[in-house]
Design a protein around this ligand. Structure first.
Ligand code: URA
Length: 191
């Protein structure tokens, strides 16, 4: 475990713990405020993220930014966004269990430094890993559950919403619930 962000990021950028390191253009460490009380967790970088070295910068990311802005959240100033795996799986396939296992220590260290009050899982892969392996995200999204003192909620993955726009209103409700929860806990930080 690293006790500061700089050392953690430096080590993560050098990581060769699994085969995904071979074809990566960037390690996608994470983005956001070290003071954030809300941590968003996605699955893993796609093509745009691999090219730019930042999570959720493709079309899905633009949708995520829109939803965040609507509830007064912002990727640079008052949330933190990271992924289960930090390097892009080929053809955007789901990260394999052994890749997740090799990589999860980086996220655990990010979690330990951040000590978020709320974790929002973006999509099935993150929700299965962070919340419970048999989660049914279409049924259970938007519901907060407490796990070891942290509130966790899953929402639909932005890329899934682009494929199936009918789900957008239901997903947007999750962001409204998130805002309510932040206000209830009084854990907002200034933008
Ligand atoms: N999808 C994810 O799960 N994470 C990203 O960073 C980009 C797309």
């Amino acid at each position: 475990m690293y006790d500061n962000w700089e050392a953690l990021e430096r080590a993560c950028l050098e990581c060769r713990k699994c085969g995904l390191c071979q074809d990566r253009r960037h390690v996608v460490f994470g983005v956001g405020s070290a003071q954030a009380k809300v941590l968003f967790v996605g699955e893993g970088p796609g093509e745009h993220e691999d090219l730019q070295g930042e999570p959720f910068v493709g079309r899905g990311g633009q949708l995520l930014d829109k939803y965040l802005a609507a509830v007064d959240l912002d990727r640079k100033t008052n949330v933190y966004i990271a992924n289960i795996v930090k390097c892009r799986p080929p053809q955007n396939r789901d990260p394999l269990p052994e890749e997740q296992e090799a990589c999860i220590g980086w996220l655990r260290n990010q979690f330990a430094l951040l000590r978020p009050k709320i974790v929002v899982c973006l999509g099935r892969v993150a929700a299965m890993r962070m919340m419970k392996p048999d989660i049914k995200i279409t049924k259970e999204h938007g519901v907060f559950v407490e796990k070891n003192g942290t509130l966790m909620m899953a929402t639909l993955h932005p890329a899934a919403l682009l494929r199936n726009p009918k789900q957008k209103p239901a997903a947007f409700e999750d962001y409204l619930r998130l805002r309510e929860k932040i206000d209830e806990l009084g854990c907002d930080i200034a933008k």
